[in-house]
Design a protein around this ligand. Structure first.
Ligand code: E4P
Length: 218
């Protein structure tokens, strides 16, 4: 399973990249706004900065919601760097745009997926990735992880090449559960990735090893 980081914060991207486990980055307009990045030039500049840090795929989301606008923006974003993936919302014109960009050889990530049907039509249109939003489904008292399982079953049965990118990850358990459910990629905040490292028995065990070593070598 691949690990992407879900942020537009350069320090966090560098920190995850330095761990040697980072395969890519996803951003969205809310994450860009959180970093205080506004205006088209600053947004394009930030995508370029991210692509300079990470070799893997970097999802950059369009703002337009009409076909022509999404194509124009998508082509412009794809010209920033070869590892840019154009992130397109799951709407009717979005599916049209994914088909069009796929035919042009441009990678796409269909975002805001909340049902297996949405994932199916995005895959049919040729999306490189589909992004089901686990945490937001859990927030509505439904089971986000069962959606990953359902999509994984359909894609395997129907032999789709589209990768399942589990998004809206809120904690380390989500990452483990997404791996078990068949996600190809998880995109997570840095804290959720770092949460995978933690166990109290590891801390207690290490403290004891070091104390015993210190005693024996006093
Ligand atoms: C990433 O592709 C998504 O936009 C992101 O994971 C959404 O996460 P959120 O539900 O925590 O905003």
């Amino acid at each position: 399973m691949m690990f992407f980081i879900d942020t537009a914060n350069l320090d966090q991207i560098k920190e995850a990249n330095d761990l040697g486990i980072l395969d890519g980055v996803t951003t969205n307009p809310s994450l860009m706004a959180k970093e205080g990045i506004s205006g088209k030039n600053n947004q394009l500049k930030r995508y370029k900065e991210i692509c300079d840090i990470v070799d893997g795929d970097v999802s950059a989301e369009v703002i337009s919601t009409d076909f022509e606008g999404m194509i124009k923006e998508g082509i412009e974003l794809s010209e920033i760097a070869p590892n840019i993936v154009v992130k397109i919302p799951m709407i009717k014109d979005g599916i049209k745009a994914i088909s069009h960009l796929t035919a042009k050889g441009i990678s796409t990530n269909c975002t805001l997926i909340f049902s297996a049907g949405q994932a199916l039509i995005a895959a049919k249109a040729g999306a490189t990735y589909v992004s089901p939003f686990i945490g937001r489904i859990d927030d509505t008292n439904w089971d986000g992880m069962s959606l990953i399982e359902e999509i994984a079953e359909i894609f395997a049965m129907q032999d789709f090449d589209t990768d399942i990118l589990a998004a809206s990850i809120r904690n380390a358990k989500h990452i483990v559960d997404a791996a078990k459910a068949g996600a190809d990629i998880v995109t997570c905040p840095l804290n959720s990735i770092l949460g995978l490292l933690k166990h109290p028995l590891t801390d207690i065990g290490l403290e004891k090893f070091l104390a015993d070593h210190a005693k024996a070598n006093a």
